[in-house]
Design a protein around this ligand. Sequence first.
Ligand SMILES: [Zn+2]
Length: 367
Amino acid sequence: MQFINVVGQSAAKQNLIQGVKSGRVSHAQLFCGSEGVGALPMAIAYAQYLNCENKGEQDSCGQCNSCNKYQKLIHPDLHFSYPVIGANELSTNFIEEWRKTILENPYLNFVQWIQKIGAENKQGNITAAETHEIIRKLSLKMFEGPFKVLIMWMPEFLGKDGNVLLKLIEEPTESTILLFVTEDREKILATIQSRTQIVQLTSLSEDEIAGGLQSKYQLSFEQATTIAKISDGNFNASIDLMEESTNDFHEIFRDWMLACVKNQMGDVMKKIDEMSSLGRMQIKNLLSYGLYVFRAGMLYNNGVYDQVIANPSDKEFIGKFSRFINNKNLYGFVQEFNDAIFHIERNANPKITLLNLSLQIEKLFKV
Ligand SMILES: [Zn+2]
Protein backbone atom coordinates (compact mmCIF):
# COMPACT_ATOMS: atom_id res chain seq x y z
CA MET A 1 0.00 0.00 0.00
CA GLN A 2 1.45 3.34 -1.03
CA PHE A 3 0.62 6.87 0.12
CA ILE A 4 -1.12 7.39 -3.20
CA ASN A 5 -3.65 4.72 -2.17
CA VAL A 6 -4.55 6.70 0.96
CA VAL A 7 -7.38 9.16 0.28
CA GLY A 8 -6.55 12.79 1.17
CA GLN A 9 -4.52 13.45 4.38
CA SER A 10 -1.79 15.30 2.53
CA ALA A 11 -0.52 17.15 5.63
CA ALA A 12 -0.04 13.94 7.59
CA LYS A 13 1.66 12.29 4.59
CA GLN A 14 4.09 15.20 4.25
CA ASN A 15 4.93 15.12 7.96
CA LEU A 16 5.62 11.40 7.88
CA ILE A 17 7.77 11.64 4.75
CA GLN A 18 9.72 14.61 6.16
CA GLY A 19 10.30 12.65 9.36
CA VAL A 20 11.86 9.77 7.42
CA LYS A 21 13.99 12.08 5.26
CA SER A 22 15.39 13.90 8.25
CA GLY A 23 15.99 10.69 10.18
CA ARG A 24 13.36 11.51 12.83
CA VAL A 25 11.51 8.23 13.04
CA SER A 26 9.93 7.66 16.42
CA HIS A 27 9.93 3.97 17.28
CA ALA A 28 6.43 4.10 18.83
CA GLN A 29 3.69 6.05 17.10
CA LEU A 30 -0.05 6.29 17.57
CA PHE A 31 -2.08 6.90 14.40
CA CYS A 32 -5.39 8.48 15.44
CA GLY A 33 -8.43 8.99 13.24
CA SER A 34 -12.13 8.23 13.40
CA GLU A 35 -13.66 5.48 11.26
CA GLY A 36 -13.11 5.88 7.54
CA VAL A 37 -10.41 8.58 7.55
CA GLY A 38 -7.67 6.06 6.76
CA ALA A 39 -5.46 5.60 9.82
CA LEU A 40 -4.78 1.94 9.01
CA PRO A 41 -3.87 2.40 5.31
CA MET A 42 -1.74 5.39 6.35
CA ALA A 43 0.23 3.28 8.86
CA ILE A 44 0.75 0.55 6.27
CA ALA A 45 1.83 3.07 3.59
CA TYR A 46 4.25 4.62 6.09
CA ALA A 47 5.75 1.25 6.99
CA GLN A 48 6.15 0.44 3.29
CA TYR A 49 7.86 3.81 2.74
CA LEU A 50 10.22 3.22 5.67
CA ASN A 51 11.33 -0.10 4.19
CA CYS A 52 11.33 0.87 0.51
CA GLU A 53 14.74 0.35 -1.17
CA ASN A 54 14.19 3.21 -3.58
CA LYS A 55 12.17 5.90 -1.81
CA GLY A 56 10.81 8.75 -3.92
CA GLU A 57 10.11 12.31 -2.83
CA GLN A 58 6.41 11.64 -2.32
CA ASP A 59 6.02 7.88 -2.05
CA SER A 60 7.58 4.45 -1.90
CA CYS A 61 8.63 3.07 -5.30
CA GLY A 62 6.03 0.29 -5.39
CA GLN A 63 8.44 -1.95 -7.29
CA CYS A 64 11.41 -2.97 -5.18
CA ASN A 65 11.63 -6.32 -3.42
CA SER A 66 10.41 -4.82 -0.15
CA CYS A 67 7.49 -2.93 -1.77
CA ASN A 68 6.43 -6.06 -3.63
CA LYS A 69 6.10 -7.96 -0.38
CA TYR A 70 4.54 -5.02 1.44
CA GLN A 71 1.89 -4.68 -1.23
CA LYS A 72 0.77 -8.23 -0.54
CA LEU A 73 1.26 -7.66 3.22
CA ILE A 74 3.64 -10.64 3.30
CA HIS A 75 6.95 -8.95 4.17
CA PRO A 76 8.60 -11.20 6.80
CA ASP A 77 9.45 -8.19 9.01
CA LEU A 78 5.89 -6.84 8.95
CA HIS A 79 3.70 -8.03 11.80
CA PHE A 80 0.05 -7.30 12.55
CA SER A 81 -2.00 -7.44 15.73
CA TYR A 82 -5.77 -6.93 15.77
CA PRO A 83 -8.81 -7.97 17.80
CA VAL A 84 -9.84 -11.61 17.42
CA ILE A 85 -12.22 -13.90 19.27
CA GLY A 86 -11.28 -16.36 22.01
CA ALA A 87 -9.49 -16.11 25.34
CA ASN A 88 -6.03 -17.22 24.18
CA GLU A 89 -6.32 -16.60 20.48
CA LEU A 90 -3.49 -15.10 18.39
CA SER A 91 -3.78 -12.69 15.48
CA THR A 92 -1.48 -14.91 13.40
CA ASN A 93 -4.20 -17.56 13.26
CA PHE A 94 -6.35 -15.16 11.22
CA ILE A 95 -3.61 -13.67 9.04
CA GLU A 96 -4.88 -15.04 5.70
CA GLU A 97 -8.34 -13.55 6.27
CA TRP A 98 -6.76 -10.31 7.52
CA ARG A 99 -4.60 -9.86 4.42
CA LYS A 100 -7.48 -10.55 2.09
CA THR A 101 -9.84 -8.21 3.97
CA ILE A 102 -7.37 -5.33 4.26
CA LEU A 103 -6.29 -5.55 0.65
CA GLU A 104 -9.97 -5.30 -0.30
CA ASN A 105 -10.88 -2.41 2.03
CA PRO A 106 -8.30 -1.01 4.48
CA TYR A 107 -10.94 1.51 5.68
CA LEU A 108 -13.08 -1.17 7.32
CA ASN A 109 -14.42 -0.87 10.86
CA PHE A 110 -14.27 -3.31 13.75
CA VAL A 111 -17.72 -4.81 13.16
CA GLN A 112 -16.93 -5.54 9.51
CA TRP A 113 -13.72 -7.29 10.55
CA ILE A 114 -15.39 -9.40 13.22
CA GLN A 115 -18.00 -10.46 10.67
CA LYS A 116 -15.24 -11.45 8.26
CA ILE A 117 -13.91 -13.95 10.76
CA GLY A 118 -17.39 -15.33 11.31
CA ALA A 119 -17.66 -14.10 14.86
CA GLU A 120 -20.69 -11.89 14.54
CA ASN A 121 -22.23 -10.90 17.90
CA LYS A 122 -19.01 -11.59 19.79
CA GLN A 123 -16.70 -9.28 21.66
CA GLY A 124 -13.24 -8.79 20.14
CA ASN A 125 -10.10 -8.99 22.18
CA ILE A 126 -6.33 -8.52 21.90
CA THR A 127 -5.33 -11.24 24.30
CA ALA A 128 -2.61 -11.60 26.92
CA ALA A 129 -1.26 -14.49 24.84
CA GLU A 130 -1.03 -12.10 21.87
CA THR A 131 1.05 -9.56 23.83
CA HIS A 132 3.56 -12.28 24.73
CA GLU A 133 3.59 -13.44 21.11
CA ILE A 134 4.39 -9.86 20.03
CA ILE A 135 7.38 -9.74 22.36
CA ARG A 136 8.56 -13.10 21.05
CA LYS A 137 8.14 -12.15 17.39
CA LEU A 138 9.92 -8.83 17.74
CA SER A 139 12.83 -10.39 19.57
CA LEU A 140 13.54 -12.60 16.54
CA LYS A 141 16.37 -11.72 14.22
CA MET A 142 15.43 -9.42 11.37
CA PHE A 143 14.89 -11.23 8.06
CA GLU A 144 15.22 -8.49 5.45
CA GLY A 145 14.82 -5.14 7.18
CA PRO A 146 15.75 -2.37 7.43
CA PHE A 147 12.95 -2.21 10.02
CA LYS A 148 10.85 -4.71 11.87
CA VAL A 149 7.38 -3.22 12.03
CA LEU A 150 4.43 -4.13 14.22
CA ILE A 151 1.11 -2.54 13.27
CA MET A 152 -1.47 -2.94 16.01
CA TRP A 153 -4.98 -2.10 14.84
CA MET A 154 -7.36 -1.05 17.61
CA PRO A 155 -5.23 -1.08 20.77
CA GLU A 156 -8.48 -0.02 22.46
CA PHE A 157 -9.14 -3.78 22.65
CA LEU A 158 -6.01 -4.32 24.69
CA GLY A 159 -6.82 -4.81 28.38
CA LYS A 160 -4.43 -4.28 31.26
CA ASP A 161 -2.36 -7.10 29.76
CA GLY A 162 -1.19 -4.44 27.34
CA ASN A 163 1.13 -3.13 30.03
CA VAL A 164 3.36 -6.12 29.24
CA LEU A 165 4.30 -4.15 26.12
CA LEU A 166 5.51 -1.06 27.99
CA LYS A 167 9.08 -2.26 28.23
CA LEU A 168 9.08 -2.91 24.49
CA ILE A 169 7.72 0.58 23.84
CA GLU A 170 10.29 2.20 26.11
CA GLU A 171 13.30 0.11 25.18
CA PRO A 172 12.52 -1.33 21.76
CA THR A 173 14.58 -4.09 20.27
CA GLU A 174 16.91 -2.84 17.58
CA SER A 175 15.34 -1.38 14.40
CA THR A 176 11.85 -2.03 15.68
CA ILE A 177 8.94 0.30 14.91
CA LEU A 178 5.61 0.00 16.69
CA LEU A 179 2.63 1.62 14.98
CA PHE A 180 -0.63 1.69 16.93
CA VAL A 181 -3.77 2.58 14.96
CA THR A 182 -6.83 3.78 16.85
CA GLU A 183 -10.29 5.16 16.19
CA ASP A 184 -10.69 6.28 19.78
CA ARG A 185 -7.63 7.57 21.57
CA GLU A 186 -9.53 8.04 24.85
CA LYS A 187 -10.05 4.27 25.17
CA ILE A 188 -6.37 3.36 25.03
CA LEU A 189 -4.31 2.54 28.10
CA ALA A 190 -2.89 5.84 29.37
CA THR A 191 0.48 4.17 29.80
CA ILE A 192 0.61 3.48 26.05
CA GLN A 193 -0.76 6.89 25.03
CA SER A 194 1.89 8.73 27.01
CA ARG A 195 4.74 6.74 25.45
CA THR A 196 3.82 7.16 21.79
CA GLN A 197 4.17 9.97 19.28
CA ILE A 198 0.78 11.04 17.91
CA VAL A 199 0.00 11.09 14.19
CA GLN A 200 -3.39 12.80 13.96
CA LEU A 201 -5.54 12.32 10.88
CA THR A 202 -8.47 14.56 10.00
CA SER A 203 -11.95 14.04 8.64
CA LEU A 204 -12.00 13.84 4.82
CA SER A 205 -13.50 16.60 2.68
CA GLU A 206 -16.23 15.92 0.13
CA ASP A 207 -13.76 16.54 -2.68
CA GLU A 208 -11.28 14.05 -1.24
CA ILE A 209 -13.93 11.35 -0.87
CA ALA A 210 -15.30 12.00 -4.35
CA GLY A 211 -11.76 11.81 -5.79
CA GLY A 212 -11.11 8.56 -3.93
CA LEU A 213 -14.33 6.98 -5.19
CA GLN A 214 -13.58 7.99 -8.74
CA SER A 215 -10.06 6.64 -8.75
CA LYS A 216 -10.67 3.44 -6.74
CA TYR A 217 -14.10 2.46 -8.02
CA GLN A 218 -14.34 4.25 -11.37
CA LEU A 219 -17.54 6.10 -10.41
CA SER A 220 -18.65 9.00 -12.55
CA PHE A 221 -18.00 12.51 -11.22
CA GLU A 222 -21.74 12.97 -10.48
CA GLN A 223 -22.12 9.67 -8.63
CA ALA A 224 -18.94 10.24 -6.63
CA THR A 225 -19.87 13.78 -5.55
CA THR A 226 -23.37 12.78 -4.52
CA ILE A 227 -22.12 9.92 -2.36
CA ALA A 228 -19.41 12.16 -0.92
CA LYS A 229 -22.07 14.69 0.14
CA ILE A 230 -23.84 12.17 2.34
CA SER A 231 -20.93 10.18 3.73
CA ASP A 232 -19.88 12.55 6.50
CA GLY A 233 -16.12 12.58 5.88
CA ASN A 234 -15.97 8.78 6.25
CA PHE A 235 -14.55 6.85 3.28
CA ASN A 236 -15.71 3.52 4.67
CA ALA A 237 -19.28 4.86 4.81
CA SER A 238 -18.96 6.05 1.22
CA ILE A 239 -18.01 2.52 0.12
CA ASP A 240 -21.07 1.20 1.97
CA LEU A 241 -23.30 3.81 0.36
CA MET A 242 -21.93 2.96 -3.04
CA GLU A 243 -22.80 -0.69 -2.50
CA GLU A 244 -26.19 0.13 -1.00
CA SER A 245 -27.23 2.24 -3.94
CA THR A 246 -27.23 -1.01 -5.89
CA ASN A 247 -28.91 -2.98 -3.10
CA ASP A 248 -32.57 -3.70 -3.19
CA PHE A 249 -33.89 -2.71 0.19
CA HIS A 250 -36.41 -0.24 -1.09
CA GLU A 251 -39.46 -2.47 -0.95
CA ILE A 252 -39.12 -3.58 2.65
CA PHE A 253 -38.04 -0.08 3.71
CA ARG A 254 -40.94 1.54 1.85
CA ASP A 255 -43.53 -0.78 3.46
CA TRP A 256 -42.04 -0.21 6.91
CA MET A 257 -42.10 3.57 6.51
CA LEU A 258 -45.64 3.46 5.13
CA ALA A 259 -46.80 1.51 8.17
CA CYS A 260 -45.07 4.07 10.43
CA VAL A 261 -46.62 7.03 8.59
CA LYS A 262 -50.09 5.50 8.90
CA ASN A 263 -49.41 4.54 12.50
CA GLN A 264 -50.54 0.96 11.85
CA MET A 265 -48.90 -0.94 14.69
CA GLY A 266 -49.92 -4.38 13.40
CA ASP A 267 -48.15 -3.77 10.08
CA VAL A 268 -45.16 -2.20 11.81
CA MET A 269 -44.76 -5.33 13.96
CA LYS A 270 -44.95 -7.58 10.87
CA LYS A 271 -42.18 -5.56 9.20
CA ILE A 272 -40.08 -5.68 12.36
CA ASP A 273 -40.38 -9.49 12.39
CA GLU A 274 -39.36 -9.62 8.76
CA MET A 275 -36.39 -7.28 9.25
CA SER A 276 -35.20 -9.04 12.41
CA SER A 277 -34.89 -12.29 10.50
CA LEU A 278 -32.40 -10.74 8.06
CA GLY A 279 -29.44 -11.05 10.43
CA ARG A 280 -27.43 -8.28 12.01
CA MET A 281 -25.31 -7.28 9.02
CA GLN A 282 -28.33 -6.98 6.71
CA ILE A 283 -30.29 -5.02 9.33
CA LYS A 284 -27.37 -2.61 9.55
CA ASN A 285 -27.29 -2.32 5.76
CA LEU A 286 -31.03 -1.72 5.68
CA LEU A 287 -30.70 1.05 8.29
CA SER A 288 -27.81 2.58 6.33
CA TYR A 289 -30.04 2.45 3.29
CA GLY A 290 -32.63 4.35 5.36
CA LEU A 291 -30.04 7.05 6.12
CA TYR A 292 -29.30 7.23 2.42
CA VAL A 293 -33.02 7.65 1.60
CA PHE A 294 -33.48 10.44 4.17
CA ARG A 295 -30.43 12.32 2.96
CA ALA A 296 -31.29 11.77 -0.69
CA GLY A 297 -34.86 12.91 0.04
CA MET A 298 -33.51 16.15 1.45
CA LEU A 299 -31.39 16.65 -1.68
CA TYR A 300 -34.56 16.11 -3.71
CA ASN A 301 -36.40 18.73 -1.67
CA ASN A 302 -33.59 21.14 -2.38
CA GLY A 303 -34.00 20.73 -6.10
CA VAL A 304 -30.94 18.60 -6.79
CA TYR A 305 -33.01 15.61 -7.85
CA ASP A 306 -30.83 14.83 -10.83
CA GLN A 307 -27.82 14.32 -8.63
CA VAL A 308 -29.56 11.68 -6.56
CA ILE A 309 -27.84 8.47 -7.47
CA ALA A 310 -30.13 5.56 -7.24
CA ASN A 311 -31.62 2.86 -9.34
CA PRO A 312 -34.88 3.91 -11.05
CA SER A 313 -37.15 2.33 -8.44
CA ASP A 314 -35.27 4.19 -5.68
CA LYS A 315 -35.61 7.43 -7.56
CA GLU A 316 -39.35 7.16 -7.83
CA PHE A 317 -39.69 6.19 -4.20
CA ILE A 318 -37.40 8.94 -2.95
CA GLY A 319 -39.35 11.49 -4.99
CA LYS A 320 -42.59 10.49 -3.27
CA PHE A 321 -41.07 9.92 0.15
CA SER A 322 -39.30 13.27 0.26
CA ARG A 323 -42.51 15.11 1.16
CA PHE A 324 -42.32 13.51 4.62
CA ILE A 325 -38.82 14.90 5.19
CA ASN A 326 -38.18 18.48 6.17
CA ASN A 327 -35.56 20.68 7.81
CA LYS A 328 -37.18 20.13 11.20
CA ASN A 329 -37.19 16.34 11.26
CA LEU A 330 -34.20 15.35 9.11
CA TYR A 331 -31.70 15.68 11.93
CA GLY A 332 -33.94 13.58 14.20
CA PHE A 333 -34.19 10.80 11.58
CA VAL A 334 -30.44 10.75 11.01
CA GLN A 335 -29.76 10.68 14.74
CA GLU A 336 -32.29 7.90 15.43
CA PHE A 337 -31.03 5.72 12.56
CA ASN A 338 -27.41 6.23 13.60
CA ASP A 339 -28.29 5.30 17.19
CA ALA A 340 -30.05 2.16 15.97
CA ILE A 341 -27.02 1.17 13.85
CA PHE A 342 -24.82 1.73 16.88
CA HIS A 343 -27.00 -0.59 19.00
CA ILE A 344 -27.28 -3.27 16.30
CA GLU A 345 -23.51 -3.29 15.89
CA ARG A 346 -23.15 -3.79 19.62
CA ASN A 347 -25.46 -6.76 19.88
CA ALA A 348 -28.63 -5.08 21.11
CA ASN A 349 -31.79 -7.13 20.55
CA PRO A 350 -32.84 -6.37 16.94
CA LYS A 351 -36.59 -6.51 17.60
CA ILE A 352 -36.43 -4.10 20.53
CA THR A 353 -34.08 -1.76 18.67
CA LEU A 354 -36.33 -1.72 15.60
CA LEU A 355 -39.47 -1.24 17.71
CA ASN A 356 -37.93 1.75 19.54
CA LEU A 357 -36.80 3.17 16.24
CA SER A 358 -40.28 2.72 14.72
CA LEU A 359 -41.86 4.62 17.62
CA GLN A 360 -39.39 7.49 17.18
CA ILE A 361 -40.02 7.52 13.41
CA GLU A 362 -43.79 7.77 13.95
CA LYS A 363 -43.22 10.83 16.15
CA LEU A 364 -40.82 12.42 13.66
CA PHE A 365 -43.24 12.01 10.76
CA LYS A 366 -45.66 14.27 12.67
CA VAL A 367 -43.09 17.08 12.97
ZN1 LIG B 1 10.12 0.30 -2.94
